[in-house]
Ligand binder design. Sequence first.
Ligand code: FNR
Length: 419
Amino acid sequence: GRIYRKGVFGRRPAVPTNPAELERRGLAAMSREARGYVATGAGMGSTMAANRAAFDRWRLVPRLARDVSARDTSVELFGRRHPSPFLAAPIGVLELAHPAGDLAVARAARAAGVPMIISSQASYAMESIAAQLGDTERWFQLYWSSEDAVVESFVRRAERIGCGAIVVTLDTMVLSWRTLDLDNAFLPFALGMGIAQYTSDPAFRALVSERVASGASGERTTARPTPAAVRSLVRLAREHPGGFRENLTSRVPRASVETFLDVFSRTTLTWSDLAWLRERTRLPILVKGLQHPDDARAALEHGVDGIIVSNHGGRQLDGALGSLDALPGVVEATAGRVPVLFDSGLRCAADAFKALALGAAAVCIGRPYMYGLALAGEEGAREVFDGFRAEFDITMAVAGVTGVDDIGPDSLTADGILA
Ligand code: FNR
């Protein structure tokens, strides 16, 4: 109500409220390389399309004449209550959208009361991001490095900055076939972008030093780019898309980049590795990227505390099913034993409502907040978060429910037919 009135009686929002317009303008605000990296799905983009198609197949059924004057949008996850069912999905290389990147998103998340999942590929060290979050809930998303020491160090740091959970992303053992990035010859990490979590890490730095000392890496490393350097790089990227790579490569700590590319992922990872992590932290462990019910069962057998059904926004396996279509099977396989969260393709509150009706405990907002960030920095990201929350509250009212727990299968129909 508050946001609606402000919009109608006051000034216009800084970023479009309309999702298609937000995406169009958000992408237009980025360099060609950044646009390609953010907007694209893997291969033909068919998984991205399937994500949207899945939302369209399910339709909501409003229920009427129920007292909807008082509504509670809060949800509980791992013993903590959060004001809404929305979290900020982990998104790497936010500096592609805005020089303040994760720092601006953290301030926005704090202002909007949205928990933030800090990415392994963040543009800033997790300690700096956490400082901007205040008391706001934060989780850490882990890409499982081939180096045990780096994994362990990341987890220790995540504990120290007060993370409420570790999210292990399992769908990115290798980077997928991303055609626009290939055509632009653009891999942000190879340019030293999105590796701040590593360059700020003592275990990672020790690896870099070893490599430099042994002559495995040609050049001596320099300190990670300062925020001012990052700002100027992003400005260069905006003004001179053509000269982007050249401008960047001259400033990157080469040995760190080479080391990062080598240790980023552990392609041999299997379920049993989770036991190793389980022994090393008491934080809840979630696995992100699951689609198959049998993988959900395997995750439960290996002691995970939560699952995020996701296909990485269609960025990994091309030709895959829509993420929402994978949700019911995973929910059924977990049988309420652990919370199942959801992301991929979610663009409005009705999408969130559908995911919750199919059994999700909460949902993650992905690209939309990056578009807000690209257009208006912290304010833009905050408006996107606020918008999801406000629209969700309104959606509950017009659908005829007053609490998130009341959102269930009876609010939903498949293929648009109500028997
Ligand atoms: C991502 N995503 C992601 N996931 C993750 O676990 N770690 C990461 O570092 C990243 N980085 C990343 C960068 C960019 C540019 C995008 C668009 C996505 C995936 C993200 O967490 C989430 O699963 C998707 O964004 C959800 O899909 P939509 O809503 O963006 O379509």
